[in-house]
Design a protein around this ligand. Structure first.
Ligand code: ADP
Ligand code: MG
Length: 763
C-alpha cells in the first residue's frame, strides 16, 4: 500500500488498520471519536447492530402506539411542501405502505429547501427503512420526522421504477452527529483498498485451518457488506470465535504465569489446629464440603500456587471450607488473610470465625489451647492503638488469620509469611487488587476466591478463566426453606395481607426486610446498587442480541418507584404495624449509622428494616424470616434471588413477597414467576444471563473484559468459548509469551487497554 495519505500538515499517516479515521473523514473525526472509533481498525470493528432486509416489508397493521419501530416499507404518495397556517413552517406529508395497510408520515422542516428535498426523495414505489416512534394525529397512527435509510441510490430517473437492492442493509450504532448511512459509506471507503496483509489476524493460520475459519478480512467484508443473511451469520461466527480466542489466550497466559511462580507447599499436619477444629465441629460436613475440602487440601500441599474459585449459594457453607483451608496453612507455619468487600462483612466474618474457632482463636493468651492461633481484624474502622496492634500481629506472624477489607492492600500492612489469600465475593475485586495482596508474600500465596453469585460455567470460563472452579451445590441439611409469592401492587387487599404477615412474623420474634429500589421519592434510581437503570426490563435488546433482521424494540413503561424514606413513613403509620419500630438502611448513611441500623435490626430493636439493595450481599441475621421486595419487577432475577437469600437462614422458614405492578404476561411479571418457581441459583443465573449483558450479571470491576466483547454472548456461545479455550491453551503452551503471534499479542493489548479504561472510569 502506498503511504500517500497525509495529515493536514503534510506528515504521512499510517496506513492499513492504523490509518486514522480523520484522514478518511476529517469533519466527522469528533463524531467518530465519541463512538470510540479512531482508526480504520476501530471502524472495521464497529459492527452493524442489525440488518434491514429490503425484501421483507414490515406488517404495518400490527404496530402499537408509542412503539419505537423500524419499518421496511414503500412510499405510496407524498405531498409537495405544505405550510402551517399560523407559523408558516414548511412540512411534507407522506404515506408509506406494506402493500396492505398505510402509515402516515409527517416531516417538519426548518427550511424550505430541506422540505423540497424531502418531498422529492419520497418517490412513490421507493423502498426504505423508516425509524421512529408511533404517534397518533387526528386519530390515526403516524411517524413524525422518522429517520429514513433508502435501499436504492438517489440518482434514479424520476418516473423510472427504482431498483431495490436485495442485499441486507447494515444498521450501525449511530449518534446524533453521524447516522448509520454515513457510517456505512465510510466503512465501505475504509474496506475498499485493504488487502489481507493489511489486516493482521489474531487467530493464527494453523488454528483457522483446524477450525475451518476464513481470514479476518473476509469476515470483515461479510459483516459490513453482506450479500446475504448467510454472509453476516458466517462472519459473526468467525468474529465471535476470535473474541473468545483472544480473551482465552490472555487468561491462559495469566494462568501460566501464576503457575510458574513458586509457592510454598502447606501440607496438612497431623495433630494440628485443623484436626482440633474438625474434632469439635458441631455438624458433619456435607459431601460437597468434604470433596472441595480434599481438592483444596491437595492443592495447598503443592508448591504451585492454588488458583481456585469456590462458588456456592449463600448458606452453602463456604466459610467453613475456607476456614479449614486457613487452618491447614497455619498448621504448616504460614498465615492466611481473608479479604471482604465491606467493613460490615469483614467484621461479620471475624465474628463468625471466632465463634467457630472458640478458644482455638485465643492463641498467645494465658491458658489458651496450645495449638491455638490468633485472629485479627484489620479494616479502616480499626484505628489508633488497636490498629497498631493488628498490624504488629500481622507483621510478626502472631496472627495466623487476618480478616480485613481493602485496608489489607495498603503498602504499610506486612505479613510475616502469607501463605493463603481468601477473597470473599471475588467478583467485586479487580485483578489488580488481587495481585496487590499477592505481592505481600515472599513466595506466591495460594488463592481461594469465593462467590455466592452463581456463575454459569461459561461465564466462569470467560471472566475467571484463569481460575479453577469448585461448586458447593447442596445446602446443609436442616434448613427450613423459603416460600416465594408474587403480590400484585394494585390490589390493596393483598398488600394489607402482606403487612399483616410481616406483623405476625415480628410478633413471633422474627424480622422483616422491606427492600425498595430508591432512597427518596424525588430522586432518580438509587445509586447504591439499587434497581438499576439497566434492570432487565430496560435491557437494550439491540445491544443484547446478535445481529438480527427486523423486530422493533418495545419501549418500557415507567412508573414512579417506591423509595425507602417514603415507605418507612408509610409503614410507621399503618395500623397493621402499629407500635412496631421501623429502621432504615441505605448507601447514603455514614458507616456508623449503617452499622447501627444493622445492629438494631439484628438485635430486634427495629424488627422491620426498610432498605435499598445494600442488604444484598452477605448480611446475616438468622432471625430474619420475611423479605418484602417492592417494585420487584424492576430488579434482575439474580438480584432477587440474592435478596431472598437473606431470609430463612435460621431454623424458622422464610417467606419472600415480591410486590409488583407489572401487568400479567409482561416480561417483568414472567421474570417474577421464574424467581418464585425456582430456588436454584444456577438455573436462575442462566436465565438471567440470557436476558442481560454479562457485565450486569457480574457487576463491578471484572466486567471490563466482558463489556469489550462485541459479538460473543456467554449465555449462548458456551461451545465457542469451550473450543477457543482449548485452542488458546494449546497456543500458549507452545509459545508462552506469544512471541510467534504478534497479531494475537496486539489484540490482547487492545483488549486490556479497554479493560483498563473501564477500570479507570469506574474508579
Ligand atoms: P456461606 O459462607 O456459604 O454463605 P456459611 O459458611 O456462612 O455459608 O454457612 C452458613 C451457616 O451454615 C453457618 O452458620 C455455618 O456454621 C452452617 N454450616 C456450614 N456447614 C454446615 C454443615 N455441613 N451442616 C450444618 N450447618 C453448616
Ligand atoms: Mg459467607
Amino acid at each position: 500500500m502506498g503511504g500517500d495519505v497525509r495529515y493536514a500538515d503534510g506528515v504521512p499517516a499510517p496506513m492499513g488498520v492504523d490509518r486514522p479515521v480523520r484522514t478518511l473523514a476529517p469533519r466527522l473525526a469528533n463524531a467518530f471519536e465519541a463512538l470510540g472509533v479512531r482508526t480504520v481498525g476501530d471502524l472495521l470493528r464497529h459492527y452493524p447492530r442489525r440488518y434491514a432486509d429490503p425484501g421483507r416489508l414490515t406488517d404495518i397493521a400490527g404496530l402499537q402506539l408509542d412503539e419505537k419501530v423500524q419499518i421496511v416499507a414503500e412510499v405510496r404518495s407524498a405531498s409537495g411542501v405544505l405550510h402551517a397556517r399560523s407559523t408558516g413552517r414548511p412540512r411534507v406529508e407522506a404515506q408509506i405502505t406494506d402493500g396492505r395497510s398505510v402509515l402516515h408520515l409527517t416531516f417538519f422542516a426548518k427550511h424550505e429547501g430541506v422540505a423540497i428535498n424531502r418531498s422529492r426523495q419520497m418517490r412513490p414505489g421507493r423502498r426504505g427503512l423508516f425509524s421512529g416512534k408511533v404517534g397518533s394525529f387526528n386519530g390515526r397512527a403516524q411517524l413524525a420526522n422518522p429517520d429514513v435509510v433508502w435501499f436504492d441510490d438517489d440518482e434514479v430517473e424520476p418516473g423510472a421504477t427504482p431498483h431495490v437492492d436485495e442485499r441486507p442493509v447494515p444498521l450501525y450504532p449511530a449518534s446524533a452527529a453521524i447516522d448509520s448511512a454515513r457510517i456505512r459509506e465510510l466503512v465501505g471507503l475504509a474496506l475498499a483498498p485493504l488487502r489481507e496483509g493489511d489486516v493482521p489476524d489474531p487467530v493464527p493460520a494453523s488454528v483457522r485451518e483446524q477450525r475451518g475459519l476464513g481470514p479476518l478480512l473476509v469476515a470483515l467484508r461479510q459483516i459490513h457488506e453482506p450479500d446475504s443473511e448467510a454472509d453476516f451469520l458466517a462472519a459473526a461466527q468467525r468474529l465471535r470465535y476470535e473474541e473468545a480466542y483472544v480473551l482465552q489466550a490472555e487468561l491462559a497466559r495469566r494462568r501460566a504465569r501464576a503457575a510458574a511462580e513458586p509457592a510454598t507447599a502447606r501440607p496438612a499436619r497431623p495433630g494440628g489446629l485443623l484436626e482440633a477444629f474438625d474434632a469439635r465441629l458441631p455438624f458433619t460436613l456435607t459431601a460437597g464440603q468434604q470433596e472441595v475440602g480434599r481438592e483444596i487440601a491437595d492443592e495447598l500441599a503443592r508448591s504451585e500456587p492454588m488458583q481456585r474459585l469456590l462458588q456456592g449459594e449463600v448458606g452453602s457453607g463456604k466459610t467453613v471450607v475456607a476456614l479449614r483451608a486457613m487452618l491447614q496453612v497455619v498448621d504448616a507455619g504460614g498465615q492466611a488473610a481473608l479479604l471482604a468487600p465491606t467493613e460490615v462483612l469483614a467484621a461479620q466474618h471475624a465474628r463468625s470465625l471466632r465463634a467457630l474457632l472458640g478458644d482455638l482463636a485465643e492463641g498467645g493468651m494465658l491458658g489458651s489451647n496450645d495449638v491455638a492461633t490468633r485472629l485479627t481484624l484489620l479494616t479502616g474502622a480499626v484505628t489508633g492503638a488497636a490498629r497498631r496492634e493488628a498490624m504488629l500481629d500481622a507483621a510478626s506472624g502472631a496472627a495466623g488469620i487476618v480478616v480485613g477489607t481493602h485496608a489489607l492492600l495498603e503498602k504499610k500492612v506486612q505479613f510475616a509469611d502469607l501463605g493463603l489469600v481468601v477473597v470473599d465475593e471475588q467478583h467485586r475485586f479487580g485483578v489488580e487488587q488481587r495481585d496487590a495482596l499477592r505481592a505481600k508474600a515472599a513466595a506466591a500465596p495460594h488463592l481461594l476466591a469465593m462467590t455466592a453469585t452463581p456463575i454459569p460455567r461459561t461465564v466462569a470460563m470467560t471472566v475467571f478463566g484463569d481460575l479453577e472452579t469448585s461448586v458447593l451445590r447442596e445446602l446443609p441439611a436442616g434448613r427450613a426453606g423459603i416460600t416465594t409469592f408474587v403480590v400484585p401492587a394494585d390490589r390493596p387487599g393483598w398488600l394489607d395481607r402482606t403487612w399483616r404477615r410481616v406483623r405476625e412474623e415480628v410478633d413471633r420474634g422474627g424480622r422483616a426486610y422491606v427492600v425498595c429500589p430508591r432512597i427518596t421519592a424525588d430522586e432518580e434510581d438509587a445509586k447504591d446498587g439499587g434497581a438499576r437503570e439497566d434492570g432487565a426490563e430496560l435491557v437494550d435488546w439491540e445491544e443484547a442480541g446478535a445481529p438480527t433482521i427486523g423486530g422493533p424494540a418495545p419501549a418500557p413503561p415507567r412508573r414512579p418507584l417506591r423509595a425507602v424514606e417514603e415507605v418507612a413513613a408509610e409503614l410507621t403509620a399503618r395500623s397493621e404495624l402499629a407500635g412496631v419500630p421501623v429502621g432504615v438502611l441505605h448507601g447514603r448513611l455514614g458507616p456508623e449509622d449503617k452499622e447501627r441500623a444493622l445492629a438494631d435490626f439484628a438485635a430486634g430493636r427495629t424488627p422491620v428494616l426498610v432498605s435499598t439493595t445494600v442488604v444484598e450481599v452477605g448480611v446475616d441475621v438468622p432471625e430474619a424470616t420475611v423479605m418484602v421486595i417492592l417494585d420487584a419487577d424492576r430488579f434482575g432475577v439474580s438480584q432477587l434471588h440474592q435478596l431472598r437469600g437473606r431470609v430463612g437462614r435460621g431454623a424458622a422458614p422464610g417467606v419472600c413477597l415480591l410486590v409488583s405492578g407489572a401487568p400479567p404476561g409482561s416480561p417483568g411479571d414472567a421474570r417474577l414467576g421464574v424467581v418464585a418457581g425456582s430456588l436454584d441459583g444456577f438455573e436462575l443465573a442462566a436465565f438471567d444471563l440470557e436476558q442481560r449483558r454479562e457485565g450486569d450479571v457480574l457487576g463491578a470491576s471484572q466486567s471490563g473484559t466482558a463489556s469489550s466483547l462485541r459479538l460473543l454472548r456467554v449465555a449462548r456461545d458456551g461451545d465457542v468459548i469451550e473450543r477457543a479455550r482449548h485452542d488458546a491453551r494449546a497456543t500458549v503452551a507452545a509459545d508462552p509469551e506469544l512471541e510467534r503471534h504478534p497479531a494475537l499479542r496486539a489484540a490482547i493489548e487492545h483488549l486490556l487497554a479497554g479493560e483498563r479504561e473501564e477500570f479507570l472510569e469506574r474508579a
